[in-house]
Design a protein around this ligand. Sequence first.
Ligand code: SF4
Length: 431
Amino acid sequence: MRIHLKTLGCRLNEAELESWASDFNARGHQVVNDVCSADILVINTCAVTQNAVRKSRQLVRKAHKKNPKAKLVISGCYATLNENEATAIDGVDLLINNAQKDKLVELTLKQLNTDVMPTIATEPGEIALFSRGRQRAFIKVQDGCRYRCTFCIVTIARGEEKSKLVDDIINEINLAHESGIKEIIVTGVHLGGYGSDTNSNLYELIHSILEQTNVPRIRMGSLEPWDLPENFFSLFSNDRLLPHMHLPIQSGSDSVLRRMARRCKTDEFRQLAINAKKLIPNLNITTDIIVGFPGETDEEWQQTLDFVAEMQFANVHIFTYSKREGTKAAGLINQVDEKIKKARSQALHKLVEGMKYLNIEQMIGQETSILWEDKLVKHDSKRNSYLGYTANYTRVKTTTDVSIELTNHITINKIVAIEDGMPYVEINTNP
Ligand code: SF4
């Protein structure tokens, strides 16, 4: 069977896609990039905003239109929260809700009567990830969240915290590594809550991954800035654990954070960032900010701008607040006017661009490891361009002679300049 997989939304959805790809592959099926040649289409939908809901519907319709003969399977938050509507979309053969996601491959093959003997024998995980053109794999280690942030629908859709067993995680990482993956990203809905149901914690998990795998680069996925186990930062003394943490603060105003029911206020975040930077050399901290949360006043907004400027984040993912039915925040009074949200978002984008540039400037002269990912081939040129990521998750660039092949190689180089708004390195020999 030829399977085409697509996802919308968060990193966790990405992680699930990777794991389904490996699972399909392990059962002898082939994951393909081309929608039209697939026998089965699997779409992982998202419902984090109304826009994501609309895009999910569109994606499902488009996939069916492109390949009406293929069986169409949908899953994810939009499908789970709107089962009746989603199953009624033209072409949908099977809906697998979030509670059954771990068994998606098994259920798909069984319920669509395709669980036949594999036609091709491949080593588990051998080509699935590469056929999707990735050097990186997302490894999902836990699902669900015990908290109820008032804007978050994800937690309602995904239920209680559930951690994967360490041995299964290690196995998945080793398979990914064997298939050529150089970097894994450890992800979860509430990653810091890993082990809450298995008498373990994130420190123990990462420690085991460092001990029992050889994958060269391990990156933490989004981590809520609380519930971090004691000694967590000491793990970063092993340089395979990359110096980058995405810690979503969501607002720089304590009163907004209270309305969001977040467990971390600005002072705690500030302390966490100071401690982390003290202990982890060249650490980059990135974050998420929601613009225009209900009731956000000019003063609260200014507090957010000031906080972002003070923290000097390496990057900020900016989300404009949009009402999600079913969340507590949707019912809050004083929803912020769209025009105000737009102006605030523009101001924050401007601030962040300046901070990013400053951060890049400070990297000139630094030596760092880089995983090279994309090759940009220019016809009739004797040189190729490559894009990659540094250990602390900064996009970098180089230009090399065509005889040099960098894709999926890790090199250690000095950043010498800024080009196209990115750090630039020089490479003259094959790695
Ligand atoms: S901690 Fe994260 S996943 Fe949990 S409710 Fe809050 S935003 Fe949602």
